[in-house]
Design a protein around this ligand. Structure first.
Ligand SMILES: [Zn+2]
Length: 153
């Protein structure tokens, strides 16, 4: 049993979901002050529940969307500036691979198979790990876009 009076938040929690607040019920039953507060909150919440939803004489979605910054052209620009360095570095990596392909091939042939397989496995693990990270990021961004889309409708 709780010796002190319940806080406002505890009483509100109790009123909202009386079943899951067993710790409070004993005090409330034995305390006139808290019991009165519970009754007051029950009436208040009932009133709030029964009050009609506010009706605006303007399009709320439109008003909110107008306030949001328009960043579509910036996003296109950002995608370009984000992936251009990646593209350039891939090309820079592929150029020596192409020009020294015969030397690299002989290096690969001289390397023991175990080390070669280990390198391939490590590369695969890193690639999968990176892909999963990218995929999660993409998923998050798509969810954010879907939420925005839902707001517009
Ligand atoms: Zn009390």
């Amino acid at each position: 049993m709780k010796a002190m009076h319940l806080t406002e938040i505890e009483i509100q929690d109790y009123v909202i979901d009386a079943k899951s607040n067993h710790g409070f019920s004993h005090h409330i039953e034995s305390c006139e002050s808290c019991k009165n507060k519970v009754v007051q909150y029950q009436m208040l919440f009932k009133e709030i529940k029964n009050s009609p939803a506010p009706i605006f004489d303007f399009n709320l979605n439109e008003a909110v969307l107008k306030q949001l910054p328009v960043n579509e052209p910036i996003q296109v620009k950002r995608v370009f500036t984000n992936y251009l360095p990646v593209l350039v570095s891939i090309i820079l990596l592929l150029l020596p691979l192409y020009f020294y392909r015969n030397n690299l091939l002989s290096v690969v042939k001289q390397t023991p198979a175990g080390i070669l397989y280990m390198g391939i496995i490590i590369a695969l693990i890193v690639t999968v790990y990176q892909s999963v990270g990218l995929s999660k990021k993409h998923h998050k961004q798509m969810n954010a876009l879907n939420i925005m889309d839902g707001l517009q409708q």
